[in-house]
Design a protein around this ligand. Structure first.
Ligand code: B12
Ligand code: SF4
Ligand code: SF4
Length: 353
């Protein structure tokens, strides 16, 4: 039995995906042009020719793919404001971006896509499908735009008309057609960015170099995930960030009054929204796994977050943090040692002023 789009939509909503669309698989020629331009201009992380072909050709991932189901999971929660200092419970707090406030969205997505797949298999037991979010072979936002789910902002984010930019996207490749097919429009509507440009003006890293063009190496979100020793400029620009950056979304007028996510898994876990830096620095690997393991911020490992915590302590410039920094000034890991020495130097300089 062929599954219809209304049946698919009903099931997706039942599994907790309020945003759903479909895309007919084909060689995405326009994506190839866009990606080639991005690569030539140096606007994206390097990927090789094989990756490029994979991104543009869904049949390299699933030979007999007939439908790409695109799913969106909103994550905006309004009951915590990241600027609300009264929620900072520790002596020294950092900050996590909204994308890491609740359970790791990769887990949430895969759980739900598994349930959706099982429900579709019940309707048609010949279905084969493959599910991806974030780390898959295709380009998540490109698929969302081809499924006609929203529009791009100057800040490079993809906006849903009701849920704004605070939406994660994932997709399922399937070897069966969905009937009837939704009409795809090539020209998505746009935000009224021309008269605004707030994200460009307020971006701390000056990463949005021109409309729709993000320089990932200047983006605070990218810097916080980088391994190794950060440059002076990078250390200063991360401010109190431990993982992720929300500035270009928080300042966007389109995100005011958007619908709140009903997904309970994304309810913020208070202490982790503003991580306790001293606690973070003292966690063993096992303790780190217990506290951060279920959170999207942990995927780069504890070392990167500890390095960021040391830098944030430097940026906070509070002398009472010195005893917590000192043990790391002799750490055998050079990125941690560098961050600790930098933080110490910054606080000492501040004390002399
Ligand atoms: C690498 C990566 C990053 C890097 C680089 C991002 C970048 N823009 O280059 C870093 C670490 C900096 C990053 C940061 C963030 N990321 Co990120 N990231 C990714 C990842 C894994 C790959 C993106 C990529 O390089 N793709 C290749 C490039 C070329 O594709 P693209 O960026 O999507 O752009 C394409 C289209 O969007 C299109 N396009 C863009 N603008 C416009 C405008 C017009 C008019 C047109 C026609 C087309 C167009 O052009 C590109 C080719 O088609 C994706 C998941 C995925 N697999 O797609 C998540 C993803 C893009 N990230 C996501 C999120 C949530 C974030 C952060 C908000 C996290 C945070 N709070 O810190 C920030 C936002 C930064 C920003 N302003 O964009 C979400 C975005 C959801 C959304 N609603 O847009 C994604 C889709 C993850 C997911 N599965 O939900 N990210
Ligand atoms: S996530 Fe932060 S640093 Fe990156 S583009 Fe947006 S505002 Fe700029
Ligand atoms: S802040 Fe303004 S320019 Fe930037 S995406 Fe939002 S509406 Fe567009």
């Amino acid at each position: 039995m062929k599954i219809s789009f209304p049946q698919l939509k009903e099931e997706a909503i039942l599994q907790g995906f309020p945003i759903i669309g479909i895309v007919k698989p084909r060689y995405f020629t326009d994506l190839k042009d866009q990606l080639t331009e991005y690569i030539e201009e140096g606007y994206t992380f390097a990927f090789n020719k094989k990756d490029l072909e994979e991104k543009c050709n869904p049949f390299l991932t699933m030979k007999n793919c007939k439908t790409i189901i695109v799913l969106g999971l909103p994550y905006y929660k309004n009951h915590i404001n990241s600027e609300n200092n009264s929620l900072k419970e520790a002596s020294f707090n950092g900050k996590l971006a909204r994308a890491a406030w609740g359970e790791d969205y990769h887990r949430v997505f895969h759980r739900k896509m598994k349930n959706l797949g099982a429900a579709l298999e019940k309707m048609n037991n010949r279905i084969t499908y493959q599910s991806y979010v974030d780390t898959g072979p295709l380009v998540d936002r490109y698929l969302a735009s081809k499924a006609n789910l929203g529009f791009y902002g100057y800040n490079n984010l993809f906006y849903h008309p009701q849920y704004g930019s605070f939406v994660f996207y994932g997709y399922m490749l399937m070897d069966q057609e969905i009937l009837p097919e939704e009409k795809e429009t090539e020209n998505s509507p746009r935000l009224l960015c021309e008269n605004c440009k707030e994200c460009i003006k307020k971006c701390p890293g000056k990463a949005i170099e021109r409309p729709y063009r993000l320089n990932p190496s200047r983006c605070v979100s990218g810097i916080l995930q980088k391994k190794g020793i950060l440059t002076e400029e990078e250390k200063l620009v991360i401010s109190d960030g431990i993982y992720g950056c929300d500035v270009c979304q928080d300042v966007c007028p389109y995100n005011k009054g958007i619908e709140v996510s009903e997904e309970p898994a994304f309810d913020p876990s208070h202490p982790l929204v503003f991580p306790d830096l001293v606690q973070l620095l003292n966690l063993s690997n096992k303790e780190f796994k217990n506290i951060y393991g279920n959170n999207a911020s942990s995927w780069r490992g504890s070392r990167v977050l500890k390095r960021n915590a040391l830098i944030v302590l430097g940026n906070l410039m509070d002398p009472s943090a010195i005893p917590h920094i000192l043990p790391y000034t002799k750490d055998s890991r050079e990125d941690l040692q560098d961050a600790a020495q930098w933080a110490l130097g910054k606080i000492e300089k501040h004390m002399e002023e």
